[in-house]
Design a protein around this ligand. Structure first.
Ligand code: DC
Length: 225
């Protein structure tokens, strides 16, 4: 019990990445962004020009893609077969495609396998959509982060602008609605509140308050040795 798993799930733009990274820093745990892994597959689908309808080919692509994370000067980088794709997976096109790609069962099977391997030693903060329900249903700490669509679109816009990309808040809001619907209504591992998860509505919470709340839940469940 001394190296627990913290599962953080929730919809797009709820602040999972910022919060999960900070919780991991605070506790000295490893941070794993599983959305980045689905984005890597989406990026490769675009690059190879595979049609979305060819789920067999996309599943094969997922099976042969090696995905790794590395911390470089305090920043988490994502590698696809040794190529640093940290920025490439954040383009609007890769973002849009990541949702339908993540609904393909063969893709999920492969990525869940990798995620379980990455987390098997414990001491990880893993964020995504199905961490508390599917990947680690026995995680010691489970949190479901959410916020209104307006607030999530505002946060996403800010993020994109910080990266020097153009961002239209209304367009992002409608894309978030569309992704929410897809991610929550898909057949395999839909986004939903896991049994035993704490629901945190973050519209009126600062990132720091959310981090404090999660570390608090952790400390309550995992008493210091
Ligand atoms: O969190 P994100 O926006 O980077 O996620 C990209 C896509 O991947 C999103 O549409 C949902 C999907 N995803 C998923 O299905 N399961 C996860 N554990 C993480 C992300």
């Amino acid at each position: 019990m001394s190296r627990p798993i913290i599962a953080i799930d929730g919809p797009a733009g709820a602040g999972k990445s910022t919060v999960a990274r900070a919780v991991a820093d605070r506790l000295g745990y490893l941070y794993i962004d599983t959305g980045a892994m689905y984005r890597v597959i989406a990026l490769n689908v675009i690059r190879e020009g595979i049609p979305l309808s060819d789920t067999a080919k996309i599943s094969t692509l997922a099976k042969r893609t090696e995905i790794e994370f590395a911390n470089i000067e305090g920043v988490q980088h994502v590698f696809s077969d040794d190529e640093d794709v940290t920025d490439a997976i954040r383009t609007p096109e890769a973002t849009r495609l990541s949702s339908p790609v993540s609904a393909i069962q063969g893709v999920r099977k492969r990525l869940v396998e990798l995620q379980r391997k990455m987390g098997e030693q414990g001491g990880v903060v893993m964020e995504g959509r199905d961490i508390g329900t599917v990947v680690f249903p026995n995680a010691e700490v489970k949190v479901f982060l959410t916020a209104s669509v307006t607030e999530r679109a505002r946060r996403r816009c800010e993020q994109l602008r910080e990266m020097g990309m153009e961002a239209d808040v209304d367009k992002i809001a409608s894309e978030i609605r569309e992704r929410d619907l897809r991610d929550s209504s898909r057949e395999h591992a839909p986004l939903k509140l896991a049994a035993g998860a704490t629901l945190l509505e973050t519209d009126n919470m600062s990132a720091e308050q959310v981090v404090d709340a999660i570390v608090g839940i952790h400390d309550e469940k995992i008493p210091a040795n």
